[in-house]
Design a protein around this ligand. Structure first.
Ligand code: CAA
Length: 297
């Protein structure tokens, strides 16, 4: 399928990152959100990240300017999807909201338009079932920060047509990403492997096996991870980690996926990581000058 016009739904961190890579690689993008303030913030973030790319020599100033011209902002979902060949949904990670969104998008988008979701844990098969084009629904799971991370986890719903998977694999390559195909089981592949590791790191802290520093440094220095697991959990958001673990625990019914008590307590206490200013680290002085703020007690 020839994809030129893309609508990205949701202007949060993932939505603006996805819009960024799409306009950078020549696609016309309408970024849609219910909040004008969120759209304006997203546009500023894209401009800032492209400036960073220009300074690093990834983009020339002409390429940056041309890319930014390909971006349109909109608060009108139905209008924005009406002429698209692809919609990438990156809205709030809430199954009821996403199902409703898919129903609405399905009514407004052209019948051959592919509907992709960036969900990290919600069943894509259930979203496909909310539409009249289940074969054209697929997962397109980008990683944060989207302009930097090479992976796109392409997830087939039970109903996804092979030609749709092929189109999304091709598109991911055009975005200079590396597509890896998975099937629709709780957590898919990325989070099924990542989240138990992060949970286990939190168990190590909870049980006093090590401090935040020692746990993170062991994984950074010993395993070559760019961030330690506790730092990464803060980066992803502790509420997001807990909710993905909840989905896997409910889906598989196995204790190994149950979020550990310290994670549950921190989420209940509103210590969500970078987004709340504090998680396993304190971000009140910014993300570059972090200090360990939590010790096992
Ligand atoms: N936009 C554009 N470029 C960016 C950027 C952004 N938002 N953020 C960072 N960069 C660029 C920088 O300019 C820099 O470029 P060069 O290599 O050319 O110098 C490069 O990325 C590295 O950035 P920094 O030097 O600022 O910082 P760093 O070396 O500490 O790297 C990081 C930062 C890329 C985030 C790195 O720490 C990392 O890879 N961390 C792991 C991230 C990860 O695991 N993400 C997946 C999370 S899971 C997920 O997203 C899915 C889910 O469902 C939960």
């Amino acid at each position: 399928m020839d994809i030129q016009q893309i609508a990205v739904i949701g202007a949060g961190t993932m939505g603006n990152g996805i819009a960024h890579v799409c306009i950078q690689h020549g696609f016309q993008v309408t970024l849609v959100d219910i909040s004008i303030a969120a759209l304006e913030k997203a546009q500023q973030q894209i401009e800032k990240n492209m400036e960073r790319q220009e300074k690093k020599g990834v983009l020339s100033s002409e390429q940056r300017a041309t890319a930014l011209q390909r971006l349109t902002l909109s608060t009108h979902l139905e209008e924005a999807v009406a002429n698209c060949q692809l919609v990438i949904e990156a809205a709030t990670e809430n199954p009821t909201i996403k199902r409703q969104l898919f129903e609405n998008i399905d009514k407004a988008a052209p019948t051959d338009c592919i509907l992709a979701t960036n969900t990290s844990s919600i069943s894509i098969t259930s979203l496909a079932a909310a539409t009249n084009r289940p074969g054209k629904v697929i997962g397109m799971h980008f990683m944060n920060p989207v302009p930097v991370m090479k992976l796109v986890e392409v997830i087939n719903a039970y109903q996804t047509e092979a030609s749709v998977t092929q189109s999304i694999v091709e598109l991911s390559k055009q975005l200079e990403k590396i597509p890896c195909v998975a099937n629709d089981y709780p957590g898919f592949i990325a989070n099924r492997i990542l989240m138990p590791m992060l949970n286990e790191a939190i168990y190590c802290l909870q049980e006093g096996v090590g401090t935040v520093d020692s746990i993170d440094n062991i994984m950074k220095l010993g395993m070559g991870h760019p961030m330690g697991p506790l730092q990464l959990a803060d980066f992803i958001g502790l509420d997001v980690c807990k909710s993905i673990l909840d989905v896997m625990y409910a889906g598989f019914g196995q204790a190994k996926y149950a979020p550990c008590t310290l994670l549950i307590n921190m989420v209940m206490a509103g210590k969500l990581g970078i987004k709340s200013g504090e998680g396993f680290y304190d971000y009140s002085a910014g993300t570059d000058q972090k200090q360990v703020s939590i010790r096992f007690r």
